[in-house]
Design a protein around this ligand. Structure first.
Ligand SMILES: C[S@@+](CC[C@H](N)C(=O)[O-])C[C@H]1O[C@@H](n2cnc3c(N)ncnc32)[C@H](O)[C@@H]1O
Length: 327
């Protein structure tokens, strides 16, 4: 499937409306966009699978901005799904691009890019806009006004990141899973798609795991998880990995998960949960157990039954189901 936002990003240059900037370019929420001269581009992409794609496209790619990343001639931004994330990226671009430098933001028309465009207009920013491929791109010049105060949301004293899953709140499915965690969770435990660490933290509080491995593809979420589990007694390790395509730690006694069913671009993707189940199976010792929660309509039972010796439903509240499988 074509990445309409990435294709539209270079529209102002393709039409001759703008000149390609001289000097280094900061590319936020970067994805391969066919940019000429990738050596001049510093790409930032917190989502592991997209990060690996940028590296393959020869960009100097980092999961987050570093302190010294400044003085860019221009910044290109691909809009994210969350408003706060878009505002944060505009603030970063504004702070790190030289005064008068170009800031471009592109996104599909159904993304939040139009809302950001309107908010910038309302704030009195001079803007230009182009459309193509069901996406829009707008241009502004640094520095930009802050659209909102930048803050990390928190629930019950926990740190949750800007961007990522379940920001500022605990997911209802994950709560149900915690209510139905088996009493006997000991040994080496892995949390697949750990987010900002809610499940791992509750396991550390309720059970006595010898070790907890948190595996997560969103870099800022994993950084938040590190902070949230800092006081935890169990030995914890944090792995920034794409569960679907990278080698994972093995010989676990337990795997827990609330798997994603949308991909990094927000598209419905139940095959991701099935890939998580296969990955979890590969990580377990013989006799090890996988416990998971999912929206009740998602098709995971067959994948579990094909791989595991036994599968049981531990809970079903009409919205979510909790499944337990033994290898
Ligand atoms: C439904 S959320 C659950 C988060 C957390 N366990 C909780 O209960 O709050 C799924 C998590 O999987 C992560 N994820 C999505 N695709 C992934 C992948 N390919 N590899 C690793 N993690 C992934 C998402 O970033 C998200 O944090």
């Amino acid at each position: 499937m074509q990445d309409a936002a990435a294709l539209t990003l270079t529209r102002p240059f393709d039409t001759g409306a703008l000149n390609w900037p001289e000097g280094r370019i900061l590319f936020l929420n970067a994805r391969p966009a066919g940019l000429a001269d990738p050596a001049r581009v510093l790409a930032v992409q917190p989502e592991r699978g997209l990060f690996l794609g940028c590296q393959r496209a020869d960009h100097d790619t980092h999961p987050a901005l570093r302190e010294g990343d400044a003085g860019f001639a221009a910044a290109f931004i691909l809009a994210a799904r969350q408003r706060a994330e878009n505002e944060a990226m505009l603030a970063d671009a504004s702070a790190r691009v030289v005064p008068g430098g170009l800031i471009l933001m592109a996104g599909e028309k159904t993304s939040g890019v139009e809302a950001i465009f309107k908010a910038m207009q309302k704030a009195g920013v001079a803007l230009e806009k182009w459309s193509k491929h069901h996406a829009v791109v707008f241009a502004a010049r640094a520095p930009l006004p802050m659209l909102t105060e930048r803050a990390e949301a928190a629930e019950a004293g926990m740190r949750t990141p800007v961007g990522g899953f379940s920001v500022g709140t605990i997911d209802a499915g994950s709560r149900l899973l915690v209510e139905h965690l088996p009493d006997s969770m000991k040994g080496d435990v892995a949390d697949l798609g750990a987010g900002w660490g809610y499940l791992a933290l509750e396991i550390a509080r309720r059970a006595e795991p010898a070790s907890l491995a948190l595996i997560e593809s969103h870099h800022s979420a994993l950084e938040a998880a590190k902070a949230n589990l800092a006081g935890c007694k169990a030995s914890t390790t944090f792995h920034w990995l794409d569960v679907t395509c990278e080698p994972l730690p093995k010989t676990k006694d337990w795997v827990v998960m609330n798997p994603p069913f949308h991909d990094a671009l927000g598209r419905h993707a139940p095959h991701l949960g099935q890939a998580f189940i296969r990955a979890g199976h590969g990580m377990l010792k013989p006799g090890g157990r996988l416990v998971m929660v999912a929206n009740r309509q998602l098709p995971y039972e067959k994948t579990l039954a094909d791989l595991f010796k036994t599968v049981e439903k531990r809970a079903d509240n009409g919205r979510f189901k909790v499944l337990l499988a033994r290898k």
